[in-house]
Design a protein around this ligand. Structure first.
Ligand code: ADP
Ligand code: MG
Length: 338
């Protein structure tokens, strides 16, 4: 394995991506960020670890993209416009030059795609054979900065009884895509497999939607831990309950096909994570605006239920209702970290 030293990794691979003036070409101790006047900085950080949050045989460019995109998804869910990131990487035992070059290319492409500045970071390595003699895992922590006009960020609190519960895109793809990668699914048609795996490896941060939702949504969260778990967070923060309908939850053809083969996979739609869609609540008397928002932002939006007063609801938190009005138990309460 050949791997250049840490100074060269920074200068050869990451400095060329740090073109924003505030990054000071990665040749200073810190970076400068100037938010627009009368804006709040929105700050978030997320770590991805090999074989926990991505697979060590995922393409290196997708690893960089995912590390970035999961953070952008948090900004999207707050209605923020991304500004820049800090990027801390702890090299894995098997992270060689070829890997890092592909990784940096993926990072570079996505920074351009999403208009985000690389402002700085940190580059470290484990001691050889640090973890139980196993190869130490590649670990990436990205901290993302965004901005919103002062006081206008979307929060998890703010949902009211009667609000519609909405979700972008389709749910369950990523969790079932991961099962396809671990070989835990029946063999599937090649294009379904490719679609589901891509949804796991390359989530789509819903930035345009997030910006637009500032003009109306009462609460929002991104769906990273699982639909019911994240909707549950909105319920907790807002002091309301949610009733959602199984038949209304948007699902891809690939997912519906898998569920037809194995009904137990329904749990992965309700409780699996990694979709990075946005769940939000919206005033019922403004429902007709949702179609225009969907078109404007090129983002599918589906109404899946409504918020209820806690006292009038069947249960605390999220209740999923099946085709015959029965309550569907949610088996897996979201992704358990660790
Ligand atoms: P210091 O010792 O002053 O913290 P470092 O040697 O860690 O400096 O980093 C030098 C410069 O390179 C800094 O501007 C830092 O932000 C940047 N940098 C280090 N690692 C990364 C990385 N993985 N991605 C982006 N920038 C990085
Ligand atoms: Mg440092």
């Amino acid at each position: 394995m050949t791997r250049r030293g840490e100074f060269r990794i920074i200068q050869d691979l990451f400095a060329p991506l740090a073109t924003a003036p505030g990054a000071l070409a990665l040749r200073d101790d810190a970076a400068l960020v100037t938010p627009s006047p009368h804006h709040d900085l929105v700050v978030t950080t997320d770590t991805v670890i090999a074989d926990v949050h991505f697979r060590s045989d995922d393409p290196p460019d997708d690893v960089a993209r995912k590390a970035l995109r999961v953070n952008l998804s948090d900004l999207a869910a707050k209605g923020a416009r991304p500004i820049g990131i800090l990027h801390a990487i702890t090299l894995g035992a098997e992270t060689d030059d070829a890997y890092l070059e592909r990784y940096a290319r993926g990072l570079s492409e996505d920074l351009t795609t999403f208009g985000v500045a690389l402002l700085g970071g940190d580059t470290t390595a484990h001691r050889p054979a640090a973890v139980d003699g196993q190869g130490a895992p590649l670990t990436v922590t990205i901290t993302a900065f965004g901005e919103v006009p002062h006081g206008r960020a979307l929060l998890r609190s703010g949902a009211k009884p009667g609000d519609l519960v909405c979700v972008s895109g389709t749910i369950g793809d990523a969790a079932i895509g991961l099962r396809a990668l671990t070989g835990a699914l029946q063999p599937l048609v090649a294009d379904h497999r490719a679609y589901l795996v891509r949804r796991y490896r390359r989530p789509e941060p819903r930035l345009a939607l997030g910006l637009r939702l500032r003009r109306g949504a009462t609460a929002a969260a991104d769906v990273s831990d699982g639909l019911c778990a994240d909707l549950g967070h909105i319920c907790d923060a807002s002091g309301v309950a949610a009733e959602i309908f199984w038949h209304a939850i948007p699902r891809s053809r690939a997912v519906d096909r898998r569920i037809a083969d194995d009904p137990a996979l329904r749990d992965l739609v309700l409780g699996g994570g990694d979709d990075y869609e946005i769940a939000f609540t919206w005033p019922a008397d403004r429902r007709q605006e949702l179609t225009a928002i969907s078109t404007e932002t090129a983002t599918p939006i589906t109404v899946i239920g409504a918020m209820r007063d806690i006292s009038g609801a069947r249960a605390k938190g999220v209740t999923v209702i099946g085709d015959y009005g029965q309550v569907i138990p949610v088996a897996q309460p979201g992704y358990v970290h660790g």
